[in-house]
Design a protein around this ligand. Sequence first.
Ligand code: SF4
Length: 194
Amino acid sequence: MRYHNITKDDMKNGDGLRVCLWVAGCAHCCKECHNPQTWDPNGGLPFDEAAKQEIWEQLDKDYISGITFTGGDPLHYANVEAVTALAQEIKEKYPQKTVWLYSGSVWEDVINLPIMKYVDVLVDGEFELDKRDVTLMWKGSSNQRVIDVQESLKAPDEPPVIHCPDHYKVEDQAPDKLYEESAWTMKADCMCTA
Ligand code: SF4
């Protein structure tokens, strides 16, 4: 697996303050993806022991709520095996921390992947430009869903259980801050937060 960035104290990609791993590789090619540089699975850097250590250092902090896997697509064939192993290791080492994952794939297509055992919240689906809405919470377009994975796995034939309301509460909105124009913060517009 290769990756582009590890962001720290991240408030834009899941509940609380999080460490985010931005992996390389995505085959969804969403129109107006804000991070097309992450599409190439050969881009970025190899995910090595030093990178893993960087993640442990963040998860060791009490105030860090957990990790978010994004990119790129953590479920891309180049990433899914390594991300699964990492998610498992995190759940064993830090059982109190939450694991979020952004993927361009939809829940119905990934429900049976072994990684779902270790994921608390999945934000699913491609970023669809005509459904873009900057007031949505944790997602960029209204087709995407913020899914409570563990609750949803209890009834796999039912529609998935949604983790939170679609929109921020009015008093919490700060779009000028949430959607700053930078390659990484714009992930909040991309499916993968993108
Ligand atoms: S928006 Fe996300 S899923 Fe879509 S192409 Fe960009 S990185 Fe891939």
